[in-house]
Design a protein around this ligand. Structure first.
Ligand code: ADP
Length: 548
């Protein structure tokens, strides 16, 4: 039987429409950037849209054709923002590259993505010059600066000044409309094992994700907000903020490479930032600076913290001492990235503060658009009882179904549907709040029981003398694995092994208390600011636990 079809306009969801909308409806709203050069640049959405149009013209003049990849090695800044729109908006594919990766990895990624143009900030000129002989597909190098910053000499053939390219164009350009399922951008996962894999987003997935994250129970941002994404634009598109901000007409503030506590604090205050987002490690720096100087935030109201588990102690400090609400969020590159955020339900309002906090410490509820399930070892669906812990799988219009140029499907079947396995172990309670136990490869398996490294780290981080802590599995002859806690003390603080272990008493079951503590000066971090567990496990491979 023929179905009656809806009679609404067919308007493809296009990334360019976000910036066009902002230029028309929030044309005078500012985008403020702290530049690599150290000075402040400010202009408006109206200016940004015109320059993005000029960039689209310039990229076409360089010979770019539909779906050609445009790579970026850049900090958060207005030119990077323009490339987001100039490239994707004109039908090219934006490929943001994490400059903190090893140079060989960067070259591998550029070659895998077949970037035709590579745009980069001044800070990365030496890196790009060094890598250029290995970059097989790149035909044009674009230094994101004006002519005065161009090097007198460079080994790079076809090196252009970004500003020169724009200056040569008139901006008379109409954003094209095409299939909304067309690729808009590529992000590679850091690939802790094996080569990185590319997640290819579409215009449609990006816009839907943008709507999703702007909802009140998600990031809950609006036109009255001033948004400073600390999370880099090369880390899963700064979690979607460069798309959501123009969608809602919010002022954007970009910190450039200046991510230390002092620079961030001063920029937040000067630009009246109300909302921010970043991984826990950047907040460590910001909190330490503000505490040491006895400073408070006068406009910052809320911040999303995710990318790795936010220690409850950090949430408390931000809320109690600084009056900043923390929204704990979980997601991954393969999910554009947002999956869940912890926000209270109406029925939680009457609960005592402590009980509310325990709810908000979880990774939270799925945004509409993301469906979750837990899978047990036999491939069966597990109940949402807050106790059963299993492999977390997801599905939705902003979740990948395959990786760039990989034939094998990553998906698994469950209850007649296809799901993406996240590699995380989690439990979901009856109120649909998800809590991550661990990445499956980081779980500590002691005598057939699992110990959550995140739980151990959260406890350790609550000790006043601890700056950072990581729990890893150490081989044990009897129990297979036992937890070793690696700790960085706060500068000048004293803490012994016995004091640290004693702190776990009463906070966790006895058999879960780490067997040993190793004090180090620094814990290694990945290119996205997460604790590098693989490296830590290698460092402590031969560590002999007491009594083993
Ligand atoms: P990578 O850094 O490995 O490239 P992603 O940045 O996509 O990958 O990281 C995704 C992973 O980060 C998740 O699968 C999860 O293990 C971890 N993660 C993200 N947010 C949280 C959180 N709030 N709590 C615990 N783990 C998190």
């Amino acid at each position: 039987m023929a179905r009656l079809m809806g009679q609404m306009m067919q308007m493809p969801l296009m990334i360019s429409s976000l910036l066009r909308h902002a230029a028309r409806h929030a044309g005078d709203v500012e985008i403020v950037s702290k530049r690599v050069e150290g000075d402040i640049h400010r202009y408006t959405y109206r200016d940004a849209e015109l320059r993005a149009r000029k960039l689209a013209q310039a990229l076409a003049r360089l010979g770019c054709e539909a779906s050609d990849r445009v790579g970026t090695l850049a900090w958060n800044g207005y030119r990077h923002f323009e490339i987001y729109y100039g490239a994707s908006g004109s039908g090219l594919v934006l490929h943001t590259i994490n400059p903190r990766l090893f140079p060989e990895q960067i070259a591998w990624i550029v070659n895998d993505a077949e970037d035709r143009v590579l745009c980069f900030d001044l800070s990365f000129l030496p890196l790009v010059e060094k890598l250029a002989p290995q970059l097989r597909s790149v035909q044009h190098f674009v230094l994101m600066a004006g002519r005065s910053h161009m090097p007198a000499q460079s080994t790079l053939a076809n090196l252009h000044s970004y500003e020169d390219l724009l200056e040569a164009e008139d901006g008379v350009y109409h954003w094209p409309e095409f299939d909304e399922n067309t690729a808009s951008s590529i992000c590679y996962t850091s690939g802790t094992t094996g080569n990185p894999k590319g997640a290819v987003y579409s215009h449609r997935s990006t816009l839907l994700h943008s709507y999703g994250l702007s909802m009140p129970d998600a990031m809950g941002v609006g036109g009255a907000d001033v948004i400073l994404p600390v999370v880099p634009m090369f880390h899963v598109n700064a979690w979607g903020t460069p798309y959501a901000a123009p969608m809602i007409g919010a002022k954007l503030v970009f910190p450039g490479p200046h991510l230390d506590g002092k620079s961030l604090y001063e920029l937040m205050e000067a630009e009246k930032v109300s909302f921010s987002a970043g991984v826990p490690t950047v907040w460590l720096g910001l909190i330490n600076f503000a505490k040491a100087q006895n400073l408070r935030f006068s406009t910052l109201k809320r911040t999303v913290i995710g990318g790795s588990a936010c220690p409850p102690a950090m949430m408390r400090t931000l809320e109690d001492e600084f009056g900043v609400e923390v929204i704990h969020a979980w997601g991954m590159t393969e999910m554009s990235p947002l999956g869940t955020l912890a926000r209270l339900k109406a029925k939680h309002r009457e609960l005592p503060v402590e009980a509310q906090r325990r709810i908000l410490e979880k990774q939270g509820k799925a945004i509409f658009g993301v469906d979750m399930a837990l899978v047990g070892d036999e491939g069966q669906a597990l109940p949402w009882d807050g106790q059963s812990s299993g492999n977390l799988v997801v599905r939705g219009p902003w979740v990948i179904r395959s990786y760039y140029r990989r034939d094998e499907s990553p998906l698994i079947g469950l209850d007649g549907q296809q799901w993406f396995p996240t590699g995380d172990v989690a439990a979901i309670d009856a109120d649909a709040f998800m809590q991550i136990t661990d990445r499956s490869k980081d779980v500590i398996k002691s005598g057939g029981e699992w110990i959550s490294s995140i739980e151990l780290e959260n406890i350790a981080m609550a000790h006043p003398a601890v700056l950072e802590a990581a729990a890893i599995a150490c081989a044990h002859p009897k129990w297979d694995e036992r937890p070793l806690l690696v700790v960085v003390r706060k500068p000048g603080a004293e803490l012994t092994r016995e004091q640290m272990l004693g702190f776990f008493e009463g906070r966790i079951a006895k058999w879960q208390v780490p067997d040993d503590v190793a004090f180090v000066d620094e814990i290694p971090h990945t290119a996205t600011g997460k604790i590098q567990k693989l490296k830590l496990r290698e460092m402590f491979k031969g560590h002999k636990l007491p009594g083993s």
